[in-house]
Design a protein around this ligand. Structure first.
Ligand SMILES: Cc1cc2nc3c(=O)[nH]c(=O)nc-3n(C[C@H](O)[C@H](O)[C@H](O)COP(=O)(O)O)c2cc1C
Length: 342
């Protein structure tokens, strides 16, 4: 029903507007007393065999919602009824920011992809905390954190630390997002020495809390082997808890969408089916060359159960979806979990 009726209607509207419309719809529908059991019956697969234990956390199942969908942590309680094993909120930055000018979100229907240059539009740290205080505790919640666009390079670490310290009581794990192609800070966030400094600072802050929270690094799918080797070294040197591979890609090769349309769209990060292989290759490279030394969350172009299994086969311990959730609908989560049980 999603692909034959709901998706054609949703896809006939502006992508960003429909995102917020869908949010209101899910929130309002979830308020009806009978709806929660209906959503659960449709989408949730409960089975002990799906449970995963990773970096000291117990996940109900290995299929998560990737960052960027619930940036302001306003819908995770309702989204918990759609079968996810975990939900990552954010990217949250210390101060609220509008992000890039609209239009900044584009569907590439022929490629089953999305190009976005949202630019970390979010309501900021305080707003996220207000929402996280409403957590009903149904799922593992990840906090994906970043820096404000206006922040000067010498203050990047301060921004990450502000988010880390303030969100610490409210999320189960952290993700240092250093791979967004839309916030113009690439040189520094790709530099190994800087990443070492950033990770050490956040780990030091982590030790000041009674209970430490796992910290992961989210990387781009466009890193070459030398850069991936550096990531492996970095994780070994810092004993970071894991890697999320991957964020969106700046590569546009091999798309069915015309060059004219791509030119008209302009800059942005590509997600969905066109980045599937790229992100799987990154996962495989990290897993093989580190001899599976750290946990990996695999994300990028998962549109079917087979795509998820491919990521796991390549070395992912957990997977996340974003674009596939938009194109294939909420039943994708159930399909993946059922396939995992088989
Ligand atoms: C519209 C949009 C916004 C996103 N925003 C964020 C974000 O704020 N932080 C982040 O770490 N990743 C963000 N992502 C990247 C996704 O979390 C994911 O890593 C990427 O899209 C690849 O997965 P997919 O092919 O399943 O979409 C965003 C993706 C999209 C499509």
């Amino acid at each position: 029903m999603y692909k034959s009726i709901i998706r054609p209607v949703l896809f006939s509207f502006d992508p960003e507007k429909i995102h917020y419309f869908t949010f209101s719809l899910i929130r309002n529908l979830s308020k009806f007393p009978g709806m929660k059991p209906v959503f659960k019956a449709l989408y949730v697969v409960e089975d002990k065999r799906l449970e995963r234990e990773l970096f000291g956390l117990k996940f109900k199942n290995p299929v998560g919602l990737a960052a960027g969908f619930d940036k302001n942590a306003v819908l995770y309680n309702e989204l918990a009824n759609f079968g996810f094993g975990f939900i990552e909120i954010g990217t949250v930055t210390p101060k609220a920011q509008a992000g890039n000018p609209k239009k900044r979100l584009f569907r590439l229907k022929d490629d089953k992809g999305i190009i976005n240059r949202m630019g970390f539009n979010n309501e900021g740290l305080e707003a996220a905390i207000t929402q996280l205080k409403k957590n009903k505790g149904q799922l593992i919640i990840g906090g994906n954190i970043g820096k404000n666009t206006q922040t000067l390079p010498e203050d990047y670490t301060k921004d990450y630390l502000a988010c880390f310290n303030a969100l610490h009581p409210y999320v189960d794990y952290f993700v240092l997002n250093v791979s967004c192609p839309n916030v113009g800070s690439h040189a520094k966030l790709n530099d190994k020495d800087y990443l070492l400094e950033l990770i050490s600072a956040v780990q030091k802050a982590n030790k000041t809390f009674r209970k430490q929270k796992p910290i992961l690094l989210k990387i781009a799918p466009d890193l070459n082997h030398v850069q991936l080797d550096e990531i492996i070294e970095l994780i070994a040197e810092t004993s970071l808890d894991g890697v999320i591979a991957s964020n969106t890609s700046v590569d546009r090769s091999g798309l069915k969408t015309s060059d004219a349309r791509l030119k008209a769209i302009g800059n942005g990060g590509l997600s969905g089916q066109p980045i599937k292989e790229k992100s799987t290759k990154v996962i495989k490279y990290l897993a093989d060359n580190s001899h599976k030394a750290f946990p990996i969350i695999g994300v990028g172009g998962i549109h079917s159960a087979a795509d998820a299994l491919e990521k796991i086969e390549a070395g992912a311990d957990l997977v996340q979806v974003y674009t596939g959730f938009i194109y294939e609908g909420p039943s994708l989560i159930k399909q993946i979990n059922k396939a995992l049980l088989k």
